[in-house]
Design a binder for this molecule. Structure first.
Ligand SMILES: [Zn+2]
Ligand SMILES: [Zn+2]
Length: 349
């Protein structure tokens, strides 16, 4: 098959890779139809770290990508929820399928939990074919009334945004700052307004992203000291909640001055080793911090009805449509933030 294969930092190639074989009885093989690049893929692309993996150190070649939809073409004996021909979306990652966490639907808390497309141990779906272990837990048939673009966003972005907004503790009438307006931050703006936020401050250095957030109803700001001052003044001492959706050091450093005493900060952006939190400020401001990786399938039951009812749209996030065969260029351009790129949808085959 053809796939986008990690050959080293800034070296993703569209090339041949062995077809996946169905190795686990609870798995299926998926023929991928559409896939997308995620901001978190850029850590790997840069040769940085994701968890304990060091992508600058030389790793075995693997197929990248954890955001994809497709058709089931082979079903293992212990995968009961799917048959060949089903059109499905896959959660961005999965667990071992055997432990207590996995068996009770909390695969994100499994010790062996990992995203697709980070190593040859669980190849990704920027590929013509991909093996999905634990299919009953990490696949969903694409529901009625959910577009292909929304289905791809349900693999990660929408779920991660919902997890992050949920962790922020936001309730109706409160204020929130959303830092980082990639697709997850922008979906976060929509969700915060759906939850009844009285004011959403949306902060990002990229002007096009601020325009998008403003159209959704947010008060937009470019990052910096002035933005913090504006937030403090408008709220009389800080927002109730912060959703940090970038993971960049400057963004993380900006959030504690912005939150009120007793407020809550929710982190979902993937950090590098130099990103740390100032404990004294957290303690003396009585700040609650929540962080983590979204348990994607657990969020689907709340998100799908919102999408079907047209209340959560997540529109206009796929700024670019390309073929997977142009994947090397797609990564380059996504990384360079060229041409106002927000998210790239790639057609397979
Ligand atoms: Zn993702
Ligand atoms: Zn497990």
């Amino acid at each position: 098959m053809k796939a986008l294969v990690f050959n080293g930092p800034r070296d993703i190639r569209y090339e041949s890779y062995d077809d996946p074989k169905l190795e686990v009885a609870n798995g299926v093989i998926l023929k991928v139809e559409k896939c997308s690049i995620c901001g978190s893929d850029l850590h790997m692309y840069h040769g940085d770290n994701i968890g304990s993996a060091d992508y600058g150190a030389g790793v075995e070649k693997f197929c990248v990508g954890h955001e994809f939809i497709g058709e089931v073409v082979e079903v293992g004996a212990n995968a009961h929820g799917f048959k060949t021909g089903d059109k499905v979306l896959a959660a961005g990652g999965t667990g071992c399928g055997q432990c207590d966490a996995c068996k009770t639907g909390r695969a994100a808390s499994c010790r062996h939990s990992t995203a697709f497309g980070l190593s040859a141990g669980l190849n990704g779906g920027q590929a013509e074919l991909v093996q999905i272990p634990n299919a009953d837990q990490c696949l969903m048939k694409i529901p009625e009334g959910v577009s292909d673009e929304q289905a791809i966003l349900l693999t990660d972005g929408m779920a991660t945004a919902a997890f992050g907004i949920g962790n922020s503790g936001l309730v109706a009438g409160q204020t929130i700052a959303i830092v980082g307006l990639g697709p997850i931050g922008l979906i976060g703006v929509e969700l915060a307004l759906l939850k009844g936020a009285s004011q959403v401050f949306a902060i990002d250095p990229v002007p096009e992203r601020r325009v998008h957030a403003a159209a959704l109803g947010a008060t937009v700001l470019a990052p910096g000291k002035e933005a913090i001052g504006t937030v403090l003044e408008a709220t009389g001492g800080g927002v109730d909640c912060v959703f940090e959706a970038s993971g960049a050091k400057a963004a993380v450093d900006s959030v504690i001055p912005m939150v009120r005493r007793g407020g809550t900060i929710s982190f979902i952006g993937l950090p590098q080793h130099d990103v740390t939190l100032p404990m004294m400020m957290l303690i003396y401001k009585n700040i609650t911090v929540r962080a983590g990786i979204a348990p994607v399938p657990q969020l689907w039951s709340a998100l799908v009805p919102l999408v079907q009812a047209g209340r959560l749209k997540a529109e206009g996030l796929f700024s670019h449509h390309m073929s997977m065969s142009d994947g090397a260029e797609a990564y380059r351009m996504f990384d360079a933030r060229e041409d106002g790129v927000v998210k790239i949808l790639m057609e397979v085959g």
